[in-house]
Design a protein around this ligand. Structure first.
Ligand code: SAM
Length: 218
């Protein structure tokens, strides 16, 4: 493994710890996943900066701190089924897989779906990662319920379908707001009918586009 990337990755994990990420399983997963494999050539040297970077189709690979924070909020246990909406580069899916969960990830851009699937298959041929091309706002009913749902794009409101597919006790982590800025929400399903909704920090994500998201063709 390239020593230069390894050193940069160690430094990034130290900085995440300093910024308040405490879950050692999350930090270990981020130490194991080579983020440089999920960004395009011109950005490889910047793979371990704590910033979002551009990927194809005017989308982004999320900032490492945000990935760590959202993953921590999921409160994952090995063996859980986790649904991710917005595969993008596949980096978040790789972090989830490293944590020993079954990953179901959906992407609405065919090119991104295809490339992420290729990278994930190359790096993790034996991990349980299922990718789907389509509109994630309607979830993936066939594999529900999910112990965790993570939405990595900003929604105008919480998609009803996703709440229906959340297991009792499960966490749904989703940015909700307008097309430029949102508030991160952690929603916990308490029982069949009731959900506790915890609004957290301000964030800024690309829009969630689909039937139960924004309309548009970005
Ligand atoms: N999780 C990604 C990663 O690790 O690289 C970052 C995702 S990027 C911030 C958001 C992604 O959500 C984009 O790739 C975008 O195309 C996708 N997206 C937006 N609306 C979607 C929808 N309705 N269904 C599936 N993917 C969607």
């Amino acid at each position: 493994m390239n020593r230069q990337y390894q050193d940069a990755r160690n430094q990034l994990i130290d900085s995440l710890r300093k910024r308040g990420i405490v879950n050692e399983h999350v930090l270990q997963a981020m130490l194991n996943v080579p983020r440089e494999q999920f960004v395009s050539k011109p950005f490889k040297q910047r793979a371990y900066e704590d910033v979002a970077l551009p990927i194809d189709k005017h989308q982004t690979i999320s900032q490492p701190f945000t990935v760590a924070r959202m993953t921590e909020l999921l409160e994952i246990k090995p063996g859980d089924s986790i649904l991710e909406i917005g595969t993008g580069s596949g980096y978040q899916a790789a972090i989830l897989a490293e944590m020993g969960v079954k990953v179901f990830t959906i992407e609405r851009h065919f090119e991104l779906y295809n490339e992420a699937r290729r990278v994930l298959k190359d790096l993790y041929p034996d991990k349980p990662i299922q990718s789907r091309f389509g509109d994630g706002t309607i979830g993936w009913a066939e594999f529900a319920p999910f112990q965790g749902i993570i939405v990595t794009a900003g929604a105008p409101e919480i998609p009803e379908s996703l709440l229906k597919q959340l297991a009792i006790g499960g966490h749904c982590i989703i940015p909700v707001g307008n097309e430029r800025s949102q508030v991160m929400h952690c929603i916990i399903r308490e029982d069949e009918q009731s959900f506790a909704d915890y609004p957290l920090e301000d964030v800024s994500f690309v829009p969630l586009i689909g039937k139960q998201g924004w309309s548009g063709d970005q």
